[in-house]
Design a protein around this ligand. Sequence first.
Ligand SMILES: [Zn+2]
Length: 372
Amino acid sequence: MSRCIYCLKDDTQTLFTKREHVIPASLGSFVPLNPTIIATDGLVCSNCNEKIFGPLETNFIEDSLEGVYAQRLNLQGRNSVIMRDKNFKIERLAELGDKFFDQMFFFLEMKDGKVVPVMKDQIKLKRFQGGSRVFLPEALREIKKDSSVFKKISADMQKLDRKDMAVFAETIEKKDKIVALLHEFGVPYKEKESKERKFEKGEKFMLEKDYTCTINHDIGRVLAKIAFNYFAYCALQDKQTEILYSSHFDSIRNFAYADKGVLRQIIPSISEEPILYEEKIRNQRLHAHLINFLPENGSIVVRMTFFGRPAIYKVVLGTLPPELNHDHFGCGHAFDPFSHQIVQLSQQLPLPKTEDQIKASFGLFKRYIVPK
Ligand SMILES: [Zn+2]
């Protein structure tokens, strides 16, 4: 029988037809195994997946530190990005010499093991409800005219504030081509102001001077869901999914599913210090998502960090059920969105290669204990 670990409804009350990603797809995909809780696993219902977590994840991606970072990397190759500028706000201080250029949205790319800012031609439109949407002309050109995607984008553009539109391009010629492209989408562009700035090769600039971001309820709920999904995926590999319905996990499911409860289950901290052994050797954080769970003072605690960013989130998953109280209780993985690899954190060489081998690295009792 299927039963949702979030809303606790079974297959007589709700449908199980969707695939739930352990790590949201917007934060990267992994090969040969992309950990997902599938419909036949019967653990996450379609309603929770689509109606509850769908909008929460969109909010996370458009209005959190990690979400905007993921959009800068454009991991899913989207033709536009959206920033709500409500919760995650960047303070720009005309570092490019002119406020005009500070309106530009910087993308990021991985280059020689480093994540570096990259300028891309773009069309920026303000949203009436706050924030902005940035379109990539390069991607828009690939869209077939009269296709449903083309019509959708054209309709979306009409809903944006076209009076305050900005076009950034590498050259004047490229700008003219973008203006022509906008016309194809039914958006006339009237230039009010035009500026040029020469960027020297190798010129360094700070991506953001200052930003504010809070872990509000919606963002907290996404973090709670990622933590519980990871734990559930580990329980699934050990065929111990019945544990997920126990009252030990009621507070995390109620918070993620129904926003019941308080945020004290999510504890953020900031650290630039290396966490893993590999990171200590290299004296830098891996550009990966790290996630692990361990027992701590009678509770199960999940720790997560994304893209090697300084924010570390501690999520209290619940109290430790006595049957899980075991020396090896715990598991941890690094999900690398650049190489698309997954590595178990306590993994001893040789590293697993096949889908089955990687799957087998997930479990409830995978904590490696250093032999005395
Ligand atoms: Zn559900």
